[in-house]
Design a protein around this ligand. Structure first.
Ligand code: ZN
Length: 393
């Protein structure tokens, strides 16, 4: 799967050469993936003489997966090929319902629309969610920003309703997978990069760590909760129930909160962007307050994980074109010089929708190839999506 993602379509013989394994091994893996509908074969068009060679590619014409992104304000539902390319024509955006039952019924309703947008088989649904998720139980534990999912297994409930394999991922972990499989950076692509960190500084401060080519999940999936380290003694109340957490002072929503306090009405980061673009508002004071906390967070990440790259997802850098440079300078001052020099800090190029799609593809792959030590290797989960999908067929 990774070879086809990185190099594009090829024949079985090419695959054997690229991977440096025997033809029977390739043949066995390919058969399994063809049976699972994750690959498809086609005849390459050759202008010259001779038989056209059978080529393999990630399934795009015969199968699809669905990605669901749940956020505090809105949810996104979109279909994609097994190559991770989103079908933008099949995108539904709806306001995040106030109740869990409302969420289930909205997803079921829009799922029909999105999955029927193309007349191909749907193999599974990946769910990107904020908050703590127990991967073994596939259960949401604590989501400060979408509390209706607390204690619920959205994956299991949707599997029952939709009769299709569903899997939940913590949103920063899913962004890591997307960056790993589909990411591009200004200086080249990040596909196959094995040691990096993803920081999502949107509604909270989320972190995903890719270490040695695997997403670091910890014992039960809760690793990487940087945002809830205590930062301000007796500070502002955080959605997690504690006070003064790092995310209450260092992300887009922290900046929006500070601005809202000053101007006396609640504004989102998107509204702040509009107001600063039109010159009606300056937020330099608030940026000055947020910056040291964000640079502290990044410095901690560099010291703990020694990543080759840190990808940052956030809106605040659109407010001020010099802000990213200022962040780098502040982080350099906070961090041990050799570790900082060895780490490139850049803005992420992938979306949460791509993350949800990467999640279900990873899950399907792990289910089809037992023994592979992936994020959803059999030891790490209790739901057999491949079996559910096969029974569905
Ligand atoms: Zn907190």
């Amino acid at each position: 799967m990774r070879t086809l993602q990185q190099h594009g379509p090829c024949s079985r013989a090419d695959m054997t050469r690229r991977l440096g394994v025997t033809a029977p091994t390739v043949s066995k893996a390919v058969s399994s993936l063809l049976r699972g509908r994750m690959l498809e074969e086609f005849d390459s068009k050759q202008d010259g003489v001779g038989r056209p060679a059978r080529q393999l590619r990630l399934a795009t014409e015969t199968a699809q997966v669905i990605g669901l992104v749940i956020d505090a304000q809105n949810c996104h539902l979109v279909s994609a090929g097994l190559d991770g390319q989103l079908h933008h024509a099949n995108l539904c955006i709806f306001e995040t319902p106030k109740t869990y039952r409302g969420l289930i019924s909205k997803v079921v309703k829009f799922y029909e629309q999105v999955s029927n947008g193309r007349a191909v088989e749907t193999l599974g649904l990946g769910i990107s969610m904020p908050g703590l998720i127990d991967y073994r139980q596939q259960q949401g534990l604590l989501s400060p920003n979408v509390p209706i999912t607390n204690g619920q297994s959205l994956a299991r409930d949707l599997t029952a309703k939709l009769d299709i394999g569903c899997v939940m991922l913590q949103e920063s972990h899913s962004l890591c997978l997307a960056q790993h499989h589909y990411g591009d950076t200004a200086g080249g692509n990040s596909r196959g990069l094995d040691n990096f960190v993803m920081l999502d500084i949107g509604a909270g401060l989320g972190m995903g760590v890719m270490a040695g080519g695997r997403v670091l999940t910890g014992h039960s999936g809760l690793a990487g909760e940087l945002g809830h380290l205590p930062r301000i003694p007796d500070g502002r109340a955080c959605g997690c129930g504690k006070r003064g957490c790092l995310e209450t002072v260092s992300c887009d929503s922290a900046l929006a909160w500070l601005v809202s306090q000053r101007i006396g009405k609640s504004v989102s980061i998107d509204e702040i962007f509009q107001l600063t673009q039109s010159g009606e508002l300056s937020v330099q004071d608030e940026i000055r307050q947020v910056l040291p906390h964000l640079s502290f967070a990044i410095s901690a990440v560099i010291s703990l994980y020694n990543p080759s790259k840190i990808f940052i997802c956030g809106r605040m850098f659109d407010l001020d074109e010099k802000l990213f440079e200022k962040l780098l300078a502040a982080t350099a001052a906070d961090t041990l010089a050799p570790a900082f020099a060895d780490c490139e800090i850049i803005r992420a190029s992938v979306s949460k929708s791509q993350g949800a799609v990467a999640g279900i593809i990873e899950y399907l792959t792990d289910s089809l190839v037992p023994g592979v030590d992936g994020l959803f290797a059999p030891a790490n989960n209790s739901i057999d999506v491949a079996t559910a999908a096969a029974e569905n067929r």
